[in-house]
Design a protein around this ligand. Structure first.
Ligand code: AMP
Length: 194
């Protein structure tokens, strides 16, 4: 774990199913740590809003609840990681979502002599996830899309739990609690091991 020596540049991945609150927690933690959040969902939504070529390509996939292809996502993230603000560390939210994406991320970091410090997994029971996502759904989301997102998470993204556990990076946090309590436990989990 090459990142361990330099705690001044935290490189952390926020991980969890749709509705686990990882976007909220990523924003809070990034402010506490003074590092930027890299949210691939936000980047893609921005590309769609701007009718950028990337946006035109991904709009339909996003609307269906599916995943944008790994190669495109690799390009998006590699480009973002080239920005100078990343030198202080970063918090990834929504990337990687597949094992090939995790391998690409490892490669990008390796080429810079860097590595992830920790992967925070927000654990929330399935029933609560569905309840939360139905409550906060965006205008264009219907229940079919929400369920598809969860299905895709189970099939494509959940295997990353084992991937990062094997690397000793996984920090499991109970996400089924008030926002501020979850935020505190994340900080504790990051201090505890690592
Ligand atoms: P999010 O806001 O992270 O839930 O992302 C919204 C949508 O953007 C997802 O449902 C996917 O269609 C797409 N997306 C975001 N990040 C990724 C990724 N790492 N890989 C594939 N698709 C992604």
């Amino acid at each position: 774990m090459a990142g361990e020596a330099d705690n001044g540049t935290p490189r952390i991945l926020m991980f969890g199913p749709p509705g686990s609150g990882k976007g909220t927690q990523a924003a809070l933690l990034a402010r506490r740590l003074g590092v930027p959040v890299i949210s691939t969902g936000d980047m893609l939504r921005q590309a769609v809003a701007e009718s950028a070529p990337l946006g035109e390509r991904v709009a339909r996939i996003m609307a269906s609840g599916g995943l944008v292809d790994d190669e495109t996502m690799g390009e998006v993230v590699a480009e973002r990681m080239g920005h100078p603000d990343i030198r202080s560390g970063f918090l990834l939210d929504g990337y990687p979502r597949t094992v090939p994406q995790a391998e690409t991320l490892e490669l990008i970091l390796q080429q810079r002599g860097e590595a992830l410090d920790a992967v925070v997994l927000l654990d929330v029971p399935e029933g609560e996830l569905v309840r939360r996502t139905l409550n906060r759904r965006r205008d264009d989301d219907d229940e079919t899309v929400i369920r598809e997102r969860l299905r895709v998470y189970r099939n494509k993204t959940e295997p990353l739990i084992g991937y990062y556990r094997d690397q000793g990076l996984l920090r499991l946090v109970d996400g089924d609690r008030p926002v501020s309590e979850v935020a505190e436990e994340i900080l504790t989990a990051l201090k505890g091991e690592g």
